[in-house]
Design a protein around this ligand. Structure first.
Ligand code: TXA
Ligand code: MG
Length: 507
């Protein structure tokens, strides 16, 4: 079957296209369309055979019921019965919008649409294209998310084409969706109503309107024995091909743990993905790093989540590490989808971080202009088993300066460079437990120990690698003195790398 793809602008709806799409649905065909949550795969909700086609196109088990989409509130009464009193208030607040409510179904709704259940899920979407299509199709459009069963829901028309191209009649391409996660499902057949799937409308928002609501307990625990009440929630949905793991802890620990894990995967030759945020992006260097949005506005994270998971699939990433997000507001829905995508694999950031003794290595010299930055740059070029932040600092840096020119000349001749180096004064805050401080001279070590009262691990570089030599100060001497200094440092840094790798192996 050829799938027709039509671009459509929700601010200037092309009625002809909508007419054509509506006819396809009336004739029992399938049309994918944008909604504010995710793209839906539309069919006539009142036709048994249309539901069967939907299940076949998605490869979805037919015991997993579809949501019926309406455009007018009065239409609810045609497909649902025994509608509880709170429904009016909920609809007044949240419809049209990302809310699906479950009611007892009326006679007109076929069991094909409800997966054999006596209840029906109903939603009134906001998206103008969706509403126009529903009207053109006669008022009742069943629509699961328009993805192949088991893949992340589509947030772009391209995602629909990827999964369902050739299997459905038409795709209405309305661009990127607004919310990016599926609607909140609220079961109205129980008292108080119960949230079966978290979404953009939260328990707190319902409670402001109708008082207490319950939350399906199977959503709250990681590995529940009980089947969730929304049949669709039991499947390992939203899954990327790669093994996704959520790293949990405080953000600093999460970043460090993910850096460690990504570095390890990189060293072992596995293609690794990292789910980062605008705020944390600069901390990651290894693997395919994707920005999922900003922590200042978690809506951006919701909007990008599925697209990012799909992109990882395309890049054939084998494993993905994700930061975790606040479980409030839309964060709850984000974490719910992420955890399902991860098959509930969570890793403790603190546990992982503990596997590495030093996170940061700082070389110290007097002015931070030659020996310390040279040592730092040499160490960055070593093959290290673990990842470290490698820096240099000085004890008497009056103002920031570039590296000594002779030091730079020597480094250049060894295919390294200090061109981005700017000297910096050592600050007491830098000296924390997970930092290894290596001074060039004995006097610097003593000064730090006496003046900074430090918790960091302070050694001279010589002492740390078990050598009793000295590192000569080339300052004011000819280039050859810098060359000799380079040779001495080179040896010490090689030994340092070996020692660090040995420590890493022991851990
Ligand atoms: O945002 C959305 O809800 C999107 C857009 C397209 O509207 N649709 C969507 O549909 O996410 P779908 O089929 O991917 O998910 C529907 C969920 C499934 O978990 C299903 O089991 C549950 O709703 N559901 C549908 N009818 C139900 C019913 N009568 N009782 C309990 N759960 C039901
Ligand atoms: Mg779905």
């Amino acid at each position: 079957m050829e799938t027709k793809i039509e671009k459509i602008d929700k601010n200037k709806i092309n009625e002809e296209i909508i007419e054509e799409a509506g006819m396809i649905l009336k004739n029992g065909g399938l049309v994918a369309f944008p909604t504010e949550t995710v793209y839906g795969l539309g069919a006539d909700a009142l036709k048994e055979e249309a539901a069967m086609k939907t299940y076949a196109a998605k490869g979805r088990p037919s015991d997993n019921p579809l949501i019926v989409h309406i455009a007018e509130y009065e239409d609810l009464r045609k497909i649902a019965v025994n509608i509880p009193a709170e429904t009016d208030a909920l609809a007044a607040h949240f419809w049209p919008g990302p809310l699906t409510m479950i009611f007892e179904k009326s006679e007109v709704v076929p069991y094909g649409t409800t997966g054999g259940l006596d209840t029906v899920a109903v939603r009134m979407p906001t998206d103008e294209v969706a509403r126009a299509l529903i009207r053109a199709a006669g008022g009742f459009v069943s629509a699961p998310s328009a993805n192949t069963s088991g893949r992340p829901s589509p947030t772009l028309a391209e995602h629909v084409a990827e999964d369902l191209g050739g299997k459905i009649d038409m795709i209405l391409d309305g661009g990127a969706v607004e919310i990016g996660l599926e609607s909140t499902i609220l079961d109205m057949t129980v008292t108080p109503p119960m949230i079966l799937r978290p979404g953009a409308i939260t328990a707190e928002m319902f409670e402001e309107v109708i008082g207490k609501v319950d939350v399906d307990e199977t959503l709250l625990v990681a590995e529940s024995e009980k089947a969730p009440k929304a049949p669709g929630m039991k499947y390992r949905h939203y899954a990327p091909k790669a093994k996704l793991m959520i790293v949990e802890g405080d953000l600093r620990e999460e970043i460090f743990a993910i850096r460690q894990l990504a570095y390890k995967a990189y060293k072992e030759g596995r293609k690794v993905g990292v789910i980062a945020t605008t705020e944390t992006l600069p901390f990651y260097k290894y693997g395919v790093v994707k920005n999922i949005g900003t922590r200042e506005n978690e809506k951006t994270i919701a909007r990008n989540l599925y697209r990012v998971l799909r992109e990882f699939d395309e890049e054939d990433v084998e494993e993905i590490y994700s930061e975790s997000f606040a479980a409030q507001g839309i964060g709850k829905a984000i974490m719910n989808r992420l955890e399902k995508a991860a098959g509930h694999t969570r890793l403790s950031a603190a546990e992982i971080a503990k596997r590495q003794k030093y996170r940061r290595i700082i070389f110290i010299s007097g002015t931070d202009s030659a020996r310390a930055p040279m040592a730092a740059e040499m160490l960055r070029h070593e093959d290290l088993a673990q990842e470290y932040v490698i820096d240099s600092r000085g004890l008497v840096v009056l103002f920031p300066e570039p590296a000594n020119q002779k030091a730079e000349a020597i480094m250049k001749s060894a295919q390294m460079t200090l061109e981005n180096h700017v000297s910096r004064q050592l600050e007491p805050e830098t000296l924390v437990e997970d930092t290894l401080v290596l001074t060039i001279e004995e006097a610097e070590k003593n000064k730090i120990l006496s003046e900074y009262g430090t918790k960091a691990n302070v050694y001279t570089l010589n002492e740390f690698v078990g050598s009793d030599g000295e590192i000569p100060n080339p300052y004011g001497k000819p280039l050859t003195a810098y060359g000799e200094c380079y040779e001495i440092l080179r040896e010490l840094i090689k030994e340092l790398a070996e020692k660090l790798n040995y420590i890493a192996e022991e851990e």
